[in-house]
Design a protein around this ligand. Structure first.
Ligand SMILES: [Zn+2]
Length: 477
């Protein structure tokens, strides 16, 4: 790697890099030690990773890719040697050689893991990487998948969580509100309160954080609004579809929490429409997050723009076409990731099930690649009679037109056949015959669809078992 003065883009960046430890207090785990504080061994490892990441975010895209491939070379050699699934792969001579042959490595689809995940587990995972865990997730196929990882995954998870706080300048004393998916009977209205944002408490927490208020996602919107005003958090984490409903309800009923400074959304596709709506309702910005339990943090929203920066210190992320070749900037493709530090169950070029678009390098100066948008689940595409797919991409202007037709709270598009779509909407009140007609015309235009569009109006739209609202569903195989 060629180190030169370009790493330091002036004094501003040095300041940006060096300030975070002033803001965040490390939790002391050592008796009698007040200054400098030392945390648990795990937390010290997190701090060490984070300190290096504070610098690496400013490296150039090429430099970042180069160090990623030195890490990927370690991973691939280990995988070929110890993981049955990869034993047929050609052994690369070095990191440069690996970069040359990278696109020949086949994409690992979710379906490859279901039922044969044992083949993907290393026969000799490095003991120094710590205790092995299994993370279970339900894929888009509805079949649960178990992904094994080690303590390293947790170390990097915490480092990226903290980077997100640093990037978005969260005061650790803020009160966090969390409307979340929880089992029946857990965090039910009127909600729970506690101390510390994360699951780890006391000396196990990385940094000292403020109070937390939690609420079950299945709470009625009027009760959510009451909870919001009563707890008055500074910072709220929830799903895009939840904050959308809540913002609409609060706007309509002139409810305004006084402390709210930031909203963070997770798990679902966040649209510009919801960003605008939340800004109008609460006067705050939304920060979106792209992560999965089994793969870690994939993208964090840029502090200065609404797109995402790939978290390249943890994952090598590609946007590829059906042949596994990289899509040019601006062209949508399949999101494929390789977690850099999972040596117990190496996932090489694993298709997450989402689609995305890479963007130009960012105006903020970070070299971490830009993921311009995430197009959501695999099924968010229209199936064409010729076997091809077509992307659903509704512009901000078209959302504006939609709202002018009727006060839409939620919508969902279902492709019933090649010739027929259903537009399901939830609105306040009822729709007139004319509004039904206008919605149908709107859908044809916004989706460039020539067949029939049937509009259905419901009080509430049905959610999937995990609480997510699927914006688009195709029933066509
Ligand atoms: Zn940026």
């Amino acid at each position: 790697m060629d180190f030169n003065d370009d790493h330091f883009n002036g004094e501003k960046d040095i300041l940006k890099n060096s300030n975070w430890l002033n803001r965040y207090q490390i939790t002391s785990a050592m008796p009698h030690l007040e200054f400098p504080k030392l945390g648990t061994p795990t937390n010290m490892a997190v701090i060490s990773a984070l300190t290096q990441m504070e610098n690496s975010q400013w490296w150039s895209a090429d430099e970042i890719k180069e160090v990623q491939f030195t890490q990927l070379y370690q991973l691939i050699r280990h995988a070929i040697k110890t993981v049955p699934y990869y034993k047929e792969l050609n052994v690369p001579k070095n990191a440069e050689d690996l970069q040359r042959i990278w696109h020949d490595i086949p994409i690992l689809e979710r379906g490859n893991i279901v039922g044969k995940s044992d083949d993907l587990v290393s026969l000799h995972p490095p003991r120094s990487h710590g205790k092995i865990n299994t993370q279970y997730t339900s894929g888009s196929t509805g079949q649960p998948i178990g992904v094994k990882n080690t303590q390293l995954s947790r170390i990097f998870w915490r480092a990226f969580t903290t980077r997100d706080h640093i990037w978005h300048e969260r005061d650790p004393n803020w009160k966090l509100g969390h409307i979340r998916v929880a089992k029946k009977g857990t965090a039910e209205y009127p909600g729970t309160v506690g101390q510390g944002w994360g699951a780890l408490k006391g000396k196990n927490a990385l940094i000292e954080t403020g109070p937390i208020a939690g609420l079950n996602i299945n709470t009625r919107v009027e009760d959510q609004a009451e909870w919001l005003v009563r707890n008055d958090p500074d910072f709220l984490i929830t799903y895009p579809s939840v904050i959308q409903k809540l913002a609409e309800y609060c706007s309509k009923n002139k409810i305004q929490p006084s402390n709210l400074k930031q909203v963070e959304t997770i798990s679902e596709v966040l649209t510009d429409k919801v960003r605008k709506l939340v800004y109008r309702a609460f006067g705050v910005k939304i920060v979106d997050l792209y992560s999965t339990r089994e793969l870690g943090y994939l993208g964090l929203q840029c502090p200065e723009n609404n797109h995402y920066h790939v978290q390249s210190e943890g994952v090598y992320l590609e946007v590829v076409d059906d042949e596994g070749k990289p899509c040019p900037i601006g062209v949508p493709g399949k999101i494929v990731v390789t977690p850099l530090h999972n040596f117990v169950m190496p996932l090489v070029r694993y298709a997450v099930g989402d689609y995305g678009v890479m963007g130009e390098s960012c105006s903020c100066g970070r070299g971490l690649p830009v993921l311009k948008s995430i197009l959501g689940r695999e099924r968010n595409r229209l199936r064409q009679p010729d076997g091809q797919y077509r992307w659903i991409a509704i512009s901000a202007k078209e959302y504006g037109e939609l709202l002018e037709i009727a006060p839409i709270r939620e919508y969902q598009i279902i492709q019933v056949s090649f010739e027929k779509l259903e537009l399901n909407v939830a609105v306040y009140g009822e729709l007139s015959e004319q509004q039904f007609q206008k919605l149908s015309i709107w859908a044809k235009k916004a989706l460039s669809f020539e067949g029939e569009v049937v509009v259905n109006c419901y009080a509430d739209l049905e959610r999937a078992a995990n609480g997510k609202l699927e914006l688009f569903k195709s029933l066509v195989e």
